[in-house]
Design a protein around this ligand. Structure first.
Ligand code: SAM
Length: 212
């Protein structure tokens, strides 16, 4: 694996230490989330419509969202920087491929994928470090492919650092993240902002974008 930044290795270590608890925490997480299931289903429909069902979940954790993409008719693989997460994902979903890799090093030729899902995986990325990830998603997506970002929203115009339970994280104004994605060559398709459900602290934002 190429050399990685300190914040990425810190993130990997933090998730390694919490991997088993995190996997337990997210087990069945979509069951009580009809709006999230709807967004993911719309994303999968758009990817299928583009004619290329190959997809990656970048920052897949224990792999449950990668498996959900498979259940929605896509042909996904996952990648994550935390080895313990990859071990759990491989054991839980032996039919799927999971790579130990960083989000700026997706294993695939240019333009080879129809979809990229980043579901709460860029929340730990310092804002200045975000462009290489978006550039990599743009590289690996075919023109007309789709990117779905899931993250915690910040009101106002500033990115807000906050005390995530695993490792420091950032909440993003939805306009600000949409602008970053536009600068990386993506066009917005839709946005969803939902209120916190019981047990959640923040509003949750979703952006579906297409690769120009
Ligand atoms: C909040 S968890 C989300 C996991 C999963 N997507 C989910 O929805 O439960 C964040 C995950 O992103 C991974 N991650 C963070 N930065 C990464 C990077 N630069 N490359 C690959 N994975 C990364 C972490 O190791 C962790 O498993």
């Amino acid at each position: 694996m190429p050399e990685i930044s300190t914040y990425v290795s810190d993130t990997a270590s933090a998730y390694d230490a919490m991997a088993v608890r995190y996997a337990e925490f997210v087990r069945g997480v979509l069951d009580g989330q009809p709006l999230d299931r709807a967004v993911l289903a719309a994303f999968a429909d758009l990817v299928r419509e583009s004619g290329n069902t190959r997809a990656v979940e970048a920052g897949c954790g224990p792999g449950h969202m990668t498996a959900h993409l498979r259940d929605l008719g896509l042909d996904p693989f996952g990648l994550d920087i935390a080895p313990a997460m990859i071990d759990i994902a491989r054991e839980a979903h032996p039919d799927l491929r999971f790579d130990l890799a960083s989000m700026d090093a997706v294993d695939g030729p240019d333009g080879s994928l129809g979809g990229v899902l980043s579901w709460y995986s860029m929340i730990h990325t310092p804002p200045a470090e975000l462009p290489p990830y978006l550039a990599e998603f743009h590289r690996v997506l075919a023109p007309g492919g789709h990117l779905l970002l899931g993250f915690f929203e910040a009101e106002g115009s500033q990115v807000v650092p906050y005390d995530h339970k695993v490792t420091p994280a950032y909440r993003w104004p939805i306009d600000a993240l949409a602008a970053q994605a536009a600068a990386a060559g993506f066009t917005e398709v839709c946005r969803v902002l939902r209120e916190p459900r019981p047990g959640e602290r923040h509003r949750q934002a979703r952006l579906i974008l297409t690769r120009s």
